[in-house]
Design a protein around this ligand. Sequence first.
Ligand SMILES: Cc1cc2nc3c(=O)[nH]c(=O)nc-3n(C[C@H](O)[C@H](O)[C@H](O)COP(=O)(O)O)c2cc1C
Length: 369
Amino acid sequence: MATAPATLAAPATRTDLLDRLQLALPIIQGPMTGSDTPALAAAVSAAGGLGMLGCGMRAPAAMAEAAAAVRAATDRPFGMNLFVLATPSPEPALVQAAIERLTPLYADLGLPAPTVPTRWCEDFDAQLDALIAARPAVASFTFGILTRAQVQRIQHEAGSLVIGTATTVAEALAWQDVGADAVCASGMEAGGHRGSFLDLSSSSQIGTLALVPACVDALAIPVIAAGGVMDGRGIAAALALGAQAVQMGTAFLACPESAIGAAQRAAMAQARGSDTRITRAYSGRPARGIVNALMQRLDACEAELPPYPIQNALTGPLRRAAAQQGRADYLSLWAGQGVALARALPAGELVRVLARELAQVLPGEAARG
Ligand SMILES: Cc1cc2nc3c(=O)[nH]c(=O)nc-3n(C[C@H](O)[C@H](O)[C@H](O)COP(=O)(O)O)c2cc1C
């Protein structure tokens, strides 16, 4: 049993993170590997939030290019995010079984059987060097945890604030222990992959309303709330729980500046929270998306699917072909439980609407700066 917190979300400490980042608003656009763009990040930053580039699948040169594109559009701070991953060396039999399982799905889209990719994922050390060279205001991480030495290197060489993603209090404490500046507490409502790294079981699927105050009470560093925050009410709720900012993915995915195609936009526009669930089908790592044929067919053999990044790499060409063919049934339709509240507004306008809504609920939280 927890003891009651000594104070409830003291306003004096609530602005630490915003001050360090010189942010007018407590709004972070969630990094969305494959779906965010420099234009999206720049628009959010220019409007007073923090734009982020999901660089999990960007090569080092593409990371530098994306960071330069944000800087060309705004002089406001922005962040970059990486997957903490080791390149795997899977057993050939595991890969062959995964290929055989996917072959009929490839055939459905008129594609030959998948082949073993030349690489399973980007090299993390090279990506980390590229991030440090880009010197973003924020360096955030998911899927794993850095060493204390890596955290210090980013803080000292790049001058970036280090944010670790956590899905449990134990993961949040682990990030605090290695010297992170803040933790992004990601509830199970969130769209996209779970950031879990200590326990990938369903025990780590904790709702935002339960996870955020538990992290706030346990940590001495700022907590950012992620998962299900879609409008000013949601932001106010997260601040009331003691979060210093929110990280919103699904809400920004609907903006015209995101990279998603027409089929995914149409699927999002029709979806409700009950149309999403967490699956390992698309990538081998638990992730929330809108249920479609690809998810249903692969979920039937979920326990046998290889882990991330193997399944992710093997389904990649299939999902890219589905995007080109406008086939929402074979896309990875990442989206959170708040999807029905998404508004297809330009990102800068969405940030301004969110700020107005927040000010209506919490008049003291009007934009500073
Ligand atoms: C399409 C998509 C891709 C995402 N990719 C990443 C990523 O690369 N790195 C990361 O840390 N979080 C990623 N996320 C999580 C978001 O940054 C954010 O924390 C999450 O979407 C918040 O929950 P919400 O979707 O309910 O707003 C992704 C989310 C979505 C919807």
